[in-house]
Each structure stands twice: as C-alpha cells, then as structure tokens.
Design a protein around this ligand. Structure first.
Ligand code: ADP
Ligand code: MG
Length: 288
C-alpha cells in the first residue's frame, strides 16, 4: 500500500476509536488470520461478583471474606475487586502484600499470613489441600473458585462470577465471517473457559495458561504459520500482546497492556476488533 493509503487508514480508524500506532500496525492488522482473545476483562466485563463464600475451618464466613478482602484490597485483579465489594466496609490493614501473578495474592493481616487464589497459589505457598477442599474447588466450575488460606491452612473458599460483554457474540460472529479463527486464552480453568467460549461462539480454548505461558501459546500458533492478533486488557497480557503479530489492547485496561499493544481500542466494545480488521482490509485494498 502507498504511504498515503496507510495514513488515511490510520486516520479513519481513529475516528472509530481504533488507535493504530503507525502504518506497520495497519499492515499487520490486514494480515491477521487468527484472533486470540483474553477472557477476563476482554471478553467478559471483568466486573465480577461473589456468588458464594464457604468456610472450611469453622471460622465464620464473614471472617473468611474479611481476611481475603484485606489482602485483595491491595490487588488490581477483577476477582480482588469482587471480594472487596462483598466484604466488610472497614477491612483490616494489609502489609507485606505481594501479587502472585496469574495465581492469587498474599499479605499479612492482623499478624497472620493470608493467601487468596487458585490451586497453584496454594501450592506455591506450601498450603496443603485436603480432599474435601479439593472437591469443593472442582465441584462446580461454571463460577471461578478461589481458596483462602491463613497461616498455611485453608480456611475457606470464595466463588465469583463474571458476565460476557454484550458485544462479544456479535464480534466473534463477525470475525468468523471475515474468515478468521478465534481462540479464547485464559488463566482460568477449562470448564469456565469452555462455558464462556460456547456462550459467544469461540471454537478454540486455551485454559489454565499462566501469564508467562500466554506468550508461548501465541508463539506456538505463529510457528504453525498463523498471523496472530492478541486482544487483551491486563498486566498479565503484556507478554502475549508483545509476542503477537498484532497486539490489541482495551484502552480501559492496564497501562502495561496499552503500552505493549500496536492497536488501542478506545471503546469497550469488542466489535472494534472486526471493525479494525475490516477497515485495514478496505483501506489497503484487499477483499477477503
Ligand atoms: P485471566 O487470564 O482470566 O485474565 P489471570 O491469569 O489473571 O486470569 O488469573 C488466573 C487465575 O488466578 C484466576 O482465575 C484466579 O483463580 C487466580 N487469581 C489471580 N489473581 C488473583 C487474585 N488477586 N485473587 C484471587 N485469585 C486470583
Ligand atoms: Mg484480562
């Protein structure tokens, strides 16, 4: 394409709320054949709510929520926001906070070490998982279930649920009509991932993928000869966005995602993904 066509394309895209960082990114947009979508915050609203709290230690459920809420008040994860909203108004302070990226969070609350997160976070912190706790964790996976441990022992569990964005199903259908393959990529478990994928028509699912492995998953697709776009919003999507032929970040996402991306989607509407690809095709004169 001529430099002029590229400039016009970039300018037109901006009118649609699609910020393309330069002409190369527009060329890359046109070449894409596979769109990998992050789940939480990209395909879903990321505004989760707590649907169940369980105690495993005899401690009141309100305490489980309080301890977890105190740690999560320092975390930026959507699960953390849901736990904080569900917990008491005046949460105890947290110190020595540390995010266990893609797994959970930990911190000291009232002099006790509290860990909140998935199985991997518990294993990493040396917390033993009993048979009943494990059963609870995997019993109903349509919601995302996390555990709460205090001083190395599981004291309870919290289930949260997310909703898909209203624009998601239409956006996926449009991508398929453009001849693209769609893949849902998530650190969440396979059952939740499959349920979300089915709800909006995505065919391929890569679940239980750690943030560091998201980039490797993208590399695998690229090595098979695919031209891959990644759409993400989170800190944990940064490496995958950078590894992609085309990184697309939701503008409402983290700064890290926005910086790593080639394209920034100003509106929170997933239709801007097929919009961008259709526009690149039109501007650069290729009809699929
Ligand atoms: P996604 O790929 O869906 O954006 P992440 O990679 O951020 O998900 O997280 C993967 C999993 O790690 C979550 O589904 C959850 O089980 C756990 N997790 C991560 N951060 C937290 C947190 N702050 N509190 C509780 N659980 C967490
Ligand atoms: Mg996300």
């Amino acid at each position: 394409a001529t430099p002029m066509a590229l400039m016009v394309g970039v300018a037109r895209a901006a009118q649609f709320g699609i910020l393309i960082k330069g002409p190369d990114a527009l060329e890359a947009t046109r070449a894409v054949d596979t769109v990998v979508l992050d789940k939480t915050g990209t395909v879903t609203t990321g505004r989760m709510s707590v649907v169940d709290t369980t105690s495993f230690s005899g401690a009141p459920e309100a305490d489980v929520l309080r301890w977890a809420g105190a740690v999560e008040s320092a975390s930026e994860h959507p699960i953390a926001a849901a736990v904080v909203r569900a917990a008491d108004e005046d949460l105890p302070a947290v110190s020595a906070f540390r995010a266990l990226v893609g797994a959970g969070a930990r911190g000291e609350v009232d002099g006790h070490l509290v860990v909140v997160g998935n199985l991997r976070s518990m294993t990493a912190e040396g917390v033993r998982i009993s048979e009943p706790v494990h059963r609870w964790l995997v019993a109903e996976m349509a919601s995302t279930r996390v555990l709460v441990a205090r001083d190395g022992e599981v004291v309870g569990g919290i289930a949260v649920r997310d909703t898909v964005k209203p624009s998601a199903a239409e956006a996926v259908a449009r991508l398929h009509r453009l001849g693209l393959r769609t893949v849902l990529l998530t650190g969440d478990n396979a059952v939740v991932a499959r349920a979300v994928a089915d709800e909006i028509g995505i065919t391929d699912v890569m679940a239980d993928v750690r943030p560091a492995d998201k980039a490797a998953a993208v590399d695998v697709l690229r090595e098979k000869g695919h031209r891959v776009a990644v759409v993400g919003d989170g800190v944990n999507d940064g490496p995958a966005l950078a590894a992609a032929d085309l990184g697309m970040a939701m503008a409402r996402g983290s700064d890290i995602a926005v910086q790593a991306a080639d394209v920034v989607l100003v509106r929170d509407d997933l239709n801007t993904v097929p919009d961008a690809i259709a526009l690149a095709n039109r501007t650069l004169g290729v009809i699929r």
